[in-house]
Design a protein around this ligand. Structure first.
Ligand code: IMP
Ligand code: MG
Length: 179
């Protein structure tokens, strides 16, 4: 596979990502007004976003991770989600902020949100780096979405195709023509 040829074009530059993450940091700061938060990154896709977002917030902040896998019927998400990494603490005393890479159909985030809300956090906020609203089949939205992308497959800045491209510093459109 020729890795570089699979990148069609850069959709969102490093600079644009940085600017919007700084705004997300201000949003969290103003929402929580110095109350401590529990920032939860959904692995693996959000690892770079979470690392950058965490460095822009000034409220006291703990960091945890969760991971989920979805089952597929051929290429479409079946909607069944398996939590493969869970928190190991009680979150009932916490203001929870979820950092997600992308909301596509919404199945993954809906499942995670339902599980966490049932554990009665003090508050619950969802921040997503990317949103593909055209693809949504489940009723879930972020409180803050940094960028809206059209219905195309994107990679970089944590997002992968077949495990690759997570380390690109920008968000790019993948050339799906010969996959
Ligand atoms: P959903 O459950 O359909 O919302 O899918 C969410 C997950 O699918 C995301 O957390 C990503 O890991 C993955 N995903 C969806 N669209 C893309 C994309 O365009 N590029 C890379 N991963 C994607
Ligand atoms: Mg993901």
């Amino acid at each position: 596979m020729d890795f570089n040829n699979k990148i069609k074009r850069i959709l969102i530059s490093e600079q644009e990502i940085k600017q919007n993450i700084a705004k997300a940091g201000r949003y969290i700061d103003s929402l929580y007004d110095n109350n401590p938060i529990l920032l939860i990154g959904i692995l693996k896709g959000s690892f770079i976003f979470l690392a950058d977002l965490a460095r822009t917030v000034t409220v006291p902040c703990e960091i945890e991770f969760m991971s989920a896998e979805s089952y597929y019927n051929n290429t479409e998400s079946s909607g069944k989600i398996n939590i493969t990494l869970d928190l190991n603490q009680d979150i009932s005393g916490y203001h929870v902020v979820i950092a997600e890479d992308i909301i596509d159909t919404g199945h993954t985030l809906k499942a995670i949100a339902d599980i966490l809300k049932a554990r009665n956090p003090l508050s619950f906020t969802i921040i997503t780096l990317l949103d593909k609203p055209e693809r949504r089949t489940v009723d879930i939205n972020a409180d803050l979405s940094l960028f809206t992308v059209p219905n195309m497959f994107v990679v970089g800045y944590g997002l992968d195709y077949s495990g690759y491209y997570r380390n690109l510093p920008y968000i790019a459109e993948l050339d799906c023509s010969n996959l």
